[in-house]
Design a protein around this ligand. Structure first.
Ligand SMILES: Nc1nc2c(ncn2[C@@H]2O[C@H](COP(=O)(O)OP(=O)(O)O)[C@@H](O)[C@H]2O)c(=O)[nH]1
Ligand SMILES: [Mg+2]
Length: 392
């Protein structure tokens, strides 16, 4: 899929920067990107996104210093400068893209407030779908982050055509700080979503047996709401792939023909391996822990060396996923890569239940009630003052 990424805020910018780094390693470039931020230093910290594609907004308001955790100001600045943001996006070219993807940490200020506003305007102007990839804060970051995330998410889910969630708290290790984990988490994010967003693009090693094109990804995501992604990778590659790679490297000069024939994986093995991978992807740690049986649709992607691909394996995995989710629409296919590993990605689209989302919404409700109560307290104080005998 050809994707136009908008990295909003610090987390968004960093993650999109890594998507571009990954894209540069592929013969066919599929990604285009800009970064938008109210903080100049965050933009300067990027490596891959070109300087002219790093957009500083809100200069008259916050003078390049960022909005802190004030997502209301983040939203306001974005709304005020939406025309210039859209002009820049338009100028970079949108005619050949399949989708927009806005990436942001939802617990902060700029990305949290700005993403829903940008999603609304992109949808209004373009026909291509607008997806969001939202990062949830860990509880240890404090109630304000959770509150910001809940408010941003409630709007974002309505504005974007589908919202992928990555939950920082489910991914950082015990005892590890969130900040200390960023680089590792970002690697995990880019690995998973890279496979998804690159699906359907032509690679050097040819076309898959069962190619997934962009319209299948788009149809999977059509239901909107929140989606979660599973991933598994197998280190063991089929012997035939190893041989081919060995031969290519000129390392297998003395390799005996008989041995070579014996070591080729049979169709059954390949198929079983793919099914095993898909099960691991769906039952393992998801980007957002959720009840997969509540997913409306799913997409199964297998990426790896052409010799490891297997039509029957993909078909069987799709049936297995279909038996386990709420809906019956399971799409999927394979695509060849030059990598020596086989990766499976399962997109659980439009999920009905995720504990962390419920928790966030509850925190937001509590926080809102606290704010109302403190306002009431202030009002009561004021009432008391009004009947203060001194003023009668
Ligand atoms: N996974 C991940 N999360 C991040 C990263 N940087 C910040 N975050 C999280 O994203 C949220 C928003 O922070 P930030 O992006 O700095 O806010 P903004 O710049 O105001 O949009 C917080 O919950 C951070 O913990 C990162 O590099 N990776
Ligand atoms: Mg920050």
């Amino acid at each position: 899929m050809r994707v136009f990424f908008i990295g909003f805020g610090q987390a968004g910018g960093k993650i999109v920067d890594m998507f571009i780094e990954q894209d540069k390693k592929h013969p066919s470039r599929s990604f285009r990107a800009i970064a938008v931020n109210t903080a100049r230093t965050d933009l300067m910290g990027l490596n891959q996104i070109e300087l002219k594609d790093r957009i500083l907004i809100g200069q008259t308001v916050v003078k390049g210093h960022g909005v802190g955790t004030d997502n209301v100001t983040g939203a306001k600045i974005t709304a005020d400068e939406i025309d210039s943001i859209i002009n820049i996006i338009d100028d970079r070219g949108t005619h050949d893209i399949d989708a927009f993807v806005i990436v942001a940490g939802l617990g902060g200020g700029t990305g949290s407030g700005g993403s829903p506003v940008l999603a609304r305007h992109l949808k209004r102007i373009y026909r291509e779908p607008v997806y969001a990839l939202g990062i949830l804060p860990a509880p240890e970051e404090g109630r304000l982050y959770s509150y910001n995330a809940a408010r941003s998410l409630s709007t974002l889910v309505n504005e974007a055509d589908n919202t992928f969630i990555f939950d920082n708290s489910a991914w950082k290790n015990e005892g590890e700080s969130v900040r200390g984990a960023y680089q590792r988490l970002n690697d995990e994010i880019v690995r998973r979503f890279g496979v998804l967003f690159r699906a359907g693009e032509v690679s050097k090693s040819g076309v898959g047996e069962m190619v997934v094109d962009s319209s299948e990804i788009i149809n999977t995501l059509r239901g909107g709401g929140i989606s979660s992604v599973g991933y598994a990778v197998s280190d063991t590659v089929s012997k035939s792939t190893k041989q081919r790679q060995g031969r290519a490297a000129g390392l297998l000069k003395g390799f005996k023909k008989k041995e070579a024939a014996e070591e080729v994986l049979t169709g059954e093995d390949k198929s079983a391996k793919i099914i095993g991978l898909v099960r691991r992807a769906m039952l393992g740690r998801l980007t957002l822990q959720c009840d997969y049986s509540t997913a409306e649709r799913a997409l199964v992607l297998i990426a790896g060396p052409p010799d490891d691909m297997d039509r029957k394996g993909v078909e069987k995995s799709k049936s297995w996923v279909e038996e386990n989710i709420a809906g019956v629409e399971v799409r999927g296919g394979d695509y060849p890569t030059v990598s020596s590993k086989v990766a499976a990605v399962v997109v659980l689209a439009t999920i009905g239940d995720a504990p962390r989302i419920r928790e966030l919404l509850a925190i937001a409700k509590e926080t809102k009630e606290d704010v109302i109560k403190s306002k009431e307290r202030r009002a009561t104080m004021f009432d008391d003052e009004e009947v203060d005998p001194l003023f009668e």
